[in-house]
Design a protein around this ligand. Structure first.
Ligand code: ADP
Ligand code: MG
Length: 314
């Protein structure tokens, strides 16, 4: 039977560093990404795709803020939905083509996805994710008063709004994802999903927060009973003593080894650590299955066990 995998795409799969973040430049990068993914599909893997959205949602937010005299700025959850829409559109278009030239006419569809967060998540007590434009101290104070935003000084560069990064609890559209799985490649939980909270009356409400796409991809992998969670980023392997002369790349991590390295602080807090923690959670809840962290261009080799950092239960 075909292996079922959830692929998480990092920033480098969507946007080129050092180039203007225009839609055209982004589509060019997405086309190259789609080639890799189509190759994975050609080898017979079944898949769903999760993507990041940090720079993209930041840009949408900033555009809204800059035009605030002309059109009302959209709230953050709506900006997240917009980013899922356009990134999903780019991937749909590029992947459809990359599959078709390989004789694979598999429908590709992106799903606007809401992900439930818990209002009591401790993250809400300590918002850490800066989003949108920089402001002066006076502007920041005004925004805090008028809109209730939490504003923080960002490394000497000015004041920015910060939001919480809560854990994903539930994928609202999971039923649709399961229905679509057998017939399509679904792009879902983009940017970690649009964070929503459940109200007592059963309604959902968009929340200004950022869910880490690595955690959302992990939750999705569990919910679709995936054989593997494949987290694609810039580096081929996670490392200990990263960027130091004695850096050591990691081939395989058991849960206990991974926990020890996390404890020792080897992984970047907002970058590699969420990947390792997502991989650990998948391995812990699915003994015998694997989570792989590797680079986009090594994804096939990594699936074949030839490279990447593989995290398993033991
Ligand atoms: P993505 O957009 O794929 O989520 P991130 O920038 O959030 O990418 O995380 C990947 C980055 O984490 C790598 O490019 C690397 O610079 C950084 N990083 C931090 N600590 C480590 C580590 N211990 N090993 C490897 N990479 C690390
Ligand atoms: Mg990241």
């Amino acid at each position: 039977m075909a292996e079922r995998i959830v692929i998480a795409l990092g920033g480098n799969a969507l946007q080129a560093k050092g180039r203007a973040p225009t839609a055209e430049n982004q589509l060019e990068v997405v086309r190259r990404t789609a080639e890799q993914i189509a190759e994975v599909s050609r080898r017979g893997y079944e898949m769903a795709i999760v993507h990041g959205n940090g720079p993209q949602v930041g840009q949408i937010l900033q555009a809204g803020e800059a035009a605030r005299e002309t059109v009302p700025p959209m709230p953050f959850d709506v900006c997240g939905a917009m980013s899922q829409g356009y990134i999903g559109y780019h991937i749909q278009q590029a992947l459809r083509y990359a599959l078709s030239v390989r004789g694979r006419n598999i429908p590709v569809v992106s799903l606007t996805t809401q992900v439930v967060v818990d209002r009591r998540d401790p993250a809400f007590g300590n918002p850490t994710k800066p989003i949108g434009s920089f402001y002066t101290a006076e502007e920041a104070q005004q925004l805090a008063q008028e809109k209730g935003y939490l504003m923080k000084e960002d490394a000497g560069r000015g004041w920015r709004r910060v939001v919480a990064s809560p854990r994903p609890q539930k994928i609202v559209e999971i039923g649709s994802i399961r229905l679509l799985w057998d017939q399509t490649i679904v792009i879902t939980c983009g940017g970690g999903g649009i964070p929503v909270a459940e109200n007592a009356d059963g309604t959902l409400e968009g929340i200004a927060a950022v869910i880490d796409k690595d955690y959302a991809a992990e939750l999705l992998a569990e919910e679709v009973n995936a054989d593997a969670l494949l987290i694609l980023t810039e580096v081929e392997k996670a490392a200990i003593r990263y960027n130091q002369p004695d850096q050591q790349d990691l081939d395989h991590l058991s849960l206990s080894e991974a926990a020890r390295y996390v404890e020792e602080g080897h992984f970047g807090a907002g970058s590699m650590q969420p990947k390792i923690e997502a991989a650990m959670r998948f391995a812990r809840n699915n003994p015998g299955r694997r989570a792989i962290i590797t680079s986009l261009d090594k994804c096939l080799e990594a699936l074949e066990g030839k490279t990447g950092t593989v995290v398993t239960f033991s």
